[in-house]
Design a protein. Sequence first.
Length: 391
Amino acid sequence: MTTPANTPANTPANSSADVPANAAAWIPAKHARLEVRPAPSTRPGPDQLVVRNRAVAINPLDWIIQVEGSLTYGWLRYPTVLGTDVAGEVVEVGAEVTRFRVGDRVLGLAVGTDKDRTSAAEGAFQLYPLVSEKLACPVPDAMPFEDAVVLPLAVSTAACGLFQPSHLGLRHPSANPEPTGETVLVWGGSTSVGSNAVQLAVAGGYEVVTTASPRNFDYVRALGASAVFDYTSPTAVPDIIEAFQDRTLAGAIAFGTTSAASCVRIVRKCRGKKFVALANPPVSFERLGAPDRGRLAFPRLLARLIGSNIALQFAARTHGVGLKYIFGTTLKTNEVGTAIYRDFLPAALADGSYLAAPKPMVVGKSLDDIQAAMDLQRNGVSAAKVVVTLP
Ligand SMILES: NC(=O)c1ccc[n+]([C@@H]2O[C@H](COP(=O)([O-])OP(=O)(O)OC[C@H]3O[C@@H](n4cnc5c(N)ncnc54)[C@H](OP(=O)(O)O)[C@@H]3O)[C@@H](O)[C@H]2O)c1
């Protein structure tokens, strides 16, 4: 039996003896603050796992959906459950699941906010979310759940941008990659997604040139970057162009509001693949969440969003640079999902060659703490992932 995905927040949990009581941090309506209430206990579909969630991580996406309402996720039906990053123990498996058994420790990407799902049962911010087998990975016994949970959306978004043929189409990661002789530009290597892009590109056999604040230079080098530049420096763009004079570009992947325009300016001057995979638009949504944001904040942001995108597309086309936005969950329906969650990540986490990065910043220990954790993420972090553990 599967409970309808968007059962209202006050629906009593399934009382069947073998189904545990569930609870979720619901977003009751557009723009509303999260509220913790009972949630239906939903049985897995054939290819799904029910996970007893022990830790969730916060991504910008979570508060962006909350503050923007329906600009990009207009398909969501409320009440619903946000969140993408899950880590815990498997408590039930669907009929066709072969890689996991009850009791296994896993991390997983929850995709309940995707347009083809719109399923509250698949949101991460609950005690028993559903996760697709294809988007789950075993967690080594020695790795705490709060470490493992930093990975799902970050590793998925990085993988979509680097490996999908529609984006950079790079060689997939492996344990002992042959060097390709090519270099990837990761703008924003100290972001959560960037930390994974650096590691995945290196595991594909590519050299990585990246950017970060000076305080994070050692951090991105430890992830495998060969050269790092301060993105706040006025000479960052010419310095990186200079660094690429004797390198062949495999493409660029861009994180951070200033990243897209900078990458286009660099890539057009490089030898190799002139393509930029973009994780975010060139405007910040952060102010939309401020209490004093003013009535015109939204139309102003919309105007800047449209204007900056037109300027970006124009600059790219004029200089023969390919440009494409990443949607970090598209790997669920293509070969990249399998390449990461089945073929690469399990062994790489087990042998320690892949780091759960960035480090978790644990700021709460129950569903009640998730809203404050989202507010904290919106105020900005540096090479850290905001995490809430669950009892
Ligand atoms: N398209 C998708 O599906 C998708 C999925 C996930 C995330 N995203 C987007 O990707 C971006 C990164 O997400 P995240 O979770 O990785 O972010 P995050 O970890 O919260 O980002 C924090 C980091 O951003 C860096 N930073 C700030 N401004 C920057 C700039 N102008 N250039 C380069 N780095 C900058 C800071 O580096 P320093 O501390 O070193 O200064 C800091 O470490 C966000 O905009 C997010 O919305 C998109």
